[in-house]
Structure formats: C-alpha cells, structure tokens
Design a binder for this molecule. Structure first.
Ligand code: ATP
Ligand code: MG
Length: 416
C-alpha cells in the first residue's frame, strides 16, 4: 500500500511551526510496511486543500491529512472534505458526548463552536480523540482511504495509535508485521553498516533492516511480515542475535527501552544509588535520568554547579585546581565527581564540564570539548570528548555519553 501525507497549515508553510507530524506518521506507517511516497505541505485555504486531495488521492491508496480541524473559523479542513465528497456534515452523538465530557472534566464551560466539533462528514468513520475535541475521520472512497486528523501532535498521535493503526492492521488481513529493535550507542551509522555488511547480505528478502540514528545513538530495526506458518519471527530473532554478537558492547538494549531505563534497571537490581554533578549539562542529565518512571528509587538528585564559586562551595572543587587547570579539565572533573558523590551520599555519580558553545572556545579547548567522569566508591573514570559546535546537541550528547559511561562502569564493560 502507498500513502501520501497532506500537512495542512500556514504556520507550517511559513516556518513558525516545525512539521513533526509527518515524520511521526511516516515512521508509524513504515512500521506497517506502508510506503509513504509523498509528503505535501499546503496552506489552509480551500483551493489548496482541494488541489492537495486531488493530487494525493491520485498518487496513493491512503491519504492522511493533519491540521485545520479546530473550532475556529480558519479551520476549514472538515468542511472542505465534506464538500469534496459532496456529502453533508452530520452530528455524531458519540463525539458530542466525548466533547461534553472533555469540557466537564476540565471544568470549563462548553461553547457552541465546541459542540460543532461533533459534526462529521456523513460518509466517515470516526476515530476517537480522547486528548482533545476534534475527532479523527476516516473515509473509504473508490478503493482509497482518506484519514483526517487534528494538527496538535499529541492528539494526532493518540488517534493514530488507537484508531488508524489498528484499522490498517486489520486491512493487512492475517499478516502480522514483526519488529525487533536493537539500540546502539557511541558508534556512527556508517561504521555499524560496515560491520553488518555480511549479515545484511545474507538476510532473506522479506526481512528489512533500518538504521534510525539520533545524536549519539543508532536504533536498528528489523522488520518482516509473517504470514500463516512462515518462520519470520524466529528468523528475526536469529538475526537480532547475530547483530548483537557482531556489534558487542555498543548494543545497550532491545525492544522499547532507553539508556536511562537500562541504567535504572541495573541500579535497581543491585540496590545502588546515583547522583549527578552537572556543569555543562546543567540539569539535562537529571532530566534524562528522571524520565524513567520509578527513578526516585535509585536517583538521589543533582547539583548544578555552573560557576567556579558553586563548584567550590557545593562540590568541594579546590580553588587551585580551577585556577591552574580551568573548569573544563580532567583535574576539575575528578574533583566534581568525587566531591559530588560524597556530598550527595550515593554509590555512583556522574559529572560533566565542557564548553557547549557557540562562544567560549579556546585554542587548546575548542567549543565542544567536554570532560565527563563517572565514579563509584573505589573507581573514578574520566574521558575527554570532542563534540561539535551546536550548543543543544552538545548538551544532549554530554548527557547521553555520561549515561553510557555509567552503564559501562555498572556492567564492568571496557570504557571507550
Ligand atoms: P486546533 O483545534 O488546535 O485548532 P487543528 O486541527 O485545527 O487543531 P491546527 O490549528 O492546524 O490544528 O494546529 C494546532 C496546533 O498544532 C498548532 O499549535 C500547530 O502549530 C500544531 N501543528 C499543526 N500541524 C502540525 C505539524 N504538522 N507538526 C507539528 N505541529 C503541528
Ligand atoms: Mg486550528
């Protein structure tokens, strides 16, 4: 099946809002082996929507639109779709009840325009939206499928996961799409591809391997379609094992997991605790660690010490260390991690100090120079990283690599 995305909204066109919906949708559909052949972004004008629908329905079996379903006058997608198919908008009582209960729960008065959100094209199947008031709408027409969803990302995601994907899975009649994810860290996509060349060459045609990179990490996804008795499931499990063996310690997890979750599981298992002493990651490391539910059982907290003064007063870094070697140095990071661990009374600690940029670089310490240390009671490990020039990316990589160094310490794996 081929799909086309129609992203509706002037704010996307003019760059005010970054279109994350189409990335999300493309990934979800690919997961069902549905090929996204086009991603179109258009204005929220009637003529543009009609032209877009014509174009997408001519080129794909499934057309998914987002945006323009709200209660305001500028939201005209629903009206335009009804006109396009020459059908009336009718009141859907399930949706009305849902809209009313949405407002009741929030203790907000409901307006007439909100009630009008329960009007849907008479030829549509409603896809429930529990996150908001505009329902998703699915229309089957001449062997094609049109799905229209609100633009608000978390509403669109809810409808996709609870309405659209289950519907498409049923269409896949009897076929089960099997996915297996492997998470790697610290090695680039092309080097991984090189190492996996032989495995990829030997892979059967009905199984695919996708590389999904994000800063510092590459997620590998094996996908196959299982039909009746074929053994796709066990073939994928076998391939996942060969990949793990080939890549070794850079694989930190499988399935739905994260580096912070993997560390959490290990700390829970051993009953140990963790704290952080952050300079250049300034709380972002704490944020990543506490994204894992239940992290309060092993994570005690963080000291964000940005200035020399707080590095000295809160972490016990020596004045002479700072003046002789600077804040971004091995000497300082050792005192930060050891001082922080003792001060916060935990079994393990991570510390970060670096030049996130874009300013502040020096010839011997260019922007992107970051020292990270991890420590236990009897071991301190440091590493100097050289990241790039982008501040947000540097902060992110600092936190990710801090977690990875801790994982290696916890599991007794060699460091980088
Ligand atoms: P609403 O009821 O909020 O009006 P809507 O269906 O009319 O919902 P829009 O008005 O198009 O949707 O957008 C609502 C919000 O969602 C805006 O903040 C917009 O920036 C955001 N949004 C819309 N489309 C996208 C997209 N493709 N990617 C990311 N965000 C989006
Ligand atoms: Mg709107």
């Amino acid at each position: 099946m081929k799909a086309a995305l129609l992203i509706i909204g002037d704010e996307i066109l003019n760059g005010t809002t970054l279109d994350t919906n189409s990335q999300y949708l493309a990934r979800q559909l690919e997961g069902l082996n549905i090929k996204v052949v086009e991603r179109n972004t258009i204005s929220d004008k009637k003529e543009a929507i009609i032209k877009g629908l014509d174009h997408c329905l001519a080129n794909a079996d499934l057309v998914v639109t987002t945006g323009g379903l709200g209660p305001t006058k500028d939201d005209i997608t629903k009206k335009t779709i009804a006109e396009y198919f020459g059908v009336e908008l009718v009141m859907n009582h399930d949706v009305l009840a849902q809209v009313e209960s949405f407002f009741a729960k929030k203790n907000r008065p409901i307006l007439e325009v909100n009630r009008l959100q329960a009007l849907v094209p008479e030829n549509c199947m409603v896809l429930q939206n529990k996150m908001g008031t505009a329902p998703g709408m699915l229309i089957e027409h001449n062997g094609k499928i049109l799905v229209s969803m609100p633009g608000v990302p978390h509403e669109m995601q809810y409808i996709t996961e609870n309405g659209l994907l289950p519907y498409l899975e049923i269409l896949n009649n009897g076929q089960e799409i099997i996915h297996h994810h492997l998470h790697t860290i610290g090695v680039g996509e092309s080097r991984i591809a090189q190492q996996l060349e032989a495995i990829e060459d030997s892979m059967p045609a009905h199984i695919g391997l996708a590389y999904l990179p994000s800063p510092g990490m590459v997620k590998l996804r094996l996908t196959g379609v299982s039909e009746g008795e074929n053994n796709t499931k066990s073939q994928i499990a076998g391939l996942a094992n060969s990949i793990k063996q080939t890549l070794g310690t850079i694989v930190f997890g499988e399935g739905n997991t994260s580096i912070s979750q993997v560390i959490g599981e290990q700390l829970l298992k051993t009953g140990k605790t963790l704290s952080t002493a952050e300079s250049c990651s300034s709380g972002y490391l704490a944020q990543l660690i506490t994204q894992t539910p239940g992290s309060s059982q092993y994570y005690e907290g963080s000291i964000v010490a940005y200035s020399y003064r707080l590095k000295k007063e809160l972490l016990g870094v020596k004045h002479d260390t700072l003046t002789e070697h600077g804040a971004v140095s091995e000497e300082t990071i050792i005192e930060m991690v050891e001082g922080g661990r003792k001060k916060l009374g935990t079994d393990y600690a991570i510390a970060t100090s670096g030049i996130a940029g874009p300013g502040g670089g020096m010839p011997n310490k260019p922007v992107g120079t970051v020292w990270i240390a991890v420590a236990s009671q009897n071991q301190t490990i440091t590493k100097k990283w050289q990241f790039g020039s982008d501040r947000a990316r540097n902060t992110h990589l600092t936190a990710i690599m801090g977690l990875e160094m801790l994982r290696r310490l916890l599991l007794n794996l060699p460091q980088f």
